[in-house]
Design a protein around this ligand. Structure first.
Ligand SMILES: C[S@@+](CC[C@H](N)C(=O)[O-])C[C@H]1O[C@@H](n2cnc3c(N)ncnc32)[C@H](O)[C@@H]1O
Length: 281
């Protein structure tokens, strides 16, 4: 790899001075790989990159987008959705309101997956949904609910697997009840009754001081913290814990885990961590 640790440190310092972004606790390996790719693709050295971000705020935003990984799917990790269905039925069904936060929602497929599941469970009218990301471009795609047609077969397969064990009394609605398909235009579009529901907002998990809401029933933060180092991960797990109600769920990614003392504050099922009552640790 051509890029050195010193290059990465110089870049992180320059971004910190220029903006509110702080990448100093992102995991070194994947962050270095991303910077290396940016430098190679543009045929720059780190000094040219820093010069350009200092001159142009928009360019800095583009670089932030390239640094962060935005991959996502509808009903990504279908097994988790099967387990989560039972948890939602057990814990939140009788709530008057179910307050949800998707942290690091990327282009929104995860947000619409949970809304579709809530609709199947007849809980749609009770949900209040916030979805945030560091990156305004992905949030704009999320707001539109418009995705590429080419991903449809994977999405339908995930949909069918994720929802296959719904309680017998639930009428199983079809994919096409939620999503309009336009093959000619290479696009699929989430129906507007779903896109109208969430509040999408820009929010940086590293500088999380001003949180828009508290006391969530569900926080989904999947495949985001994997890009952070352990210290930052633990800080954010504590922060999520503080902002969940008792019996609230924190859902993380299949390749992520909560380690150390904070893990004892949750009951774990699959990748879902349910907050225990305080004092019962
Ligand atoms: C791989 S996507 C995960 C999307 C979705 N949660 C899923 O699992 O399919 C990771 C997202 O985290 C966002 N992200 C990275 N750093 C962040 C930060 N400091 N604050 C908020 N979001 C961040 C990225 O912009 C990206 O959209």
């Amino acid at each position: 790899m051509a890029v050195t640790q010193k290059d990465v440190d110089l870049f992180i310092d320059a971004v910190k001075q220029k903006s509110t972004y702080d990448f100093s606790n992102y995991s070194v390996k994947s962050f270095t790989r991303r910077i290396d790719k940016i430098l190679t693709d543009n045929n720059f050295d780190v000094f040219a990159l820093i010069k350009k971000i200092n001159k142009n705020d928009k360019y800095l935003e583009e670089i932030v987008k390239e640094i962060t990984v935005n991959t996502t799917e509808l009903f990504r990790d279908p097994q988790m959705w099967q387990v989560f269905t039972t948890i939602i039925e057990n814990y939140y069904k009788s709530n008057k309101k179910i307050k949800i936060w998707h942290a690091g929602c990327s282009t929104g497929q995860e947000v619409y997956s949970l809304l579709i599941l809530m609709h199947h469970l007849n809980l749609f009218d009770k949900v209040e949904v916030y979805a945030s990301d560091i990156n305004e471009d992905v949030l704009n795609v999320a707001r539109s609910g418009k995705y590429k047609y080419r991903d449809i077969s994977e999405y339908i397969e995930n949909y069918n697997t994720a929802l296959k064990d719904l309680p017998a009394k639930m009428k199983k609605l079809e994919f096409s009840d939620y999503i309009d398909v336009n093959k000619r235009r290479d696009s699929i579009k989430i129906k507007s009754f779903l896109t109208e529901k969430p509040t999408f907002l820009k929010h940086d998990l590293v500088n999380h001081k001003d949180l828009f809401e508290t006391d969530f029933d569900i926080i989904m933060c999947r495949n985001v913290l994997i890009y952070f180092n352990h210290d930052l991960q633990n800080k954010i797990f504590e922060f999520f814990h503080d902002n969940l109600k008792t019996d609230g769920s924190l859902v993380i990614g299949r390749h992520e885990g909560i380690l150390g003392a904070i893990a004892n504050k949750f009951k774990k099922k699959d990748t879902i961590y349910v907050k225990k009552q305080s004092g019962l640790y």
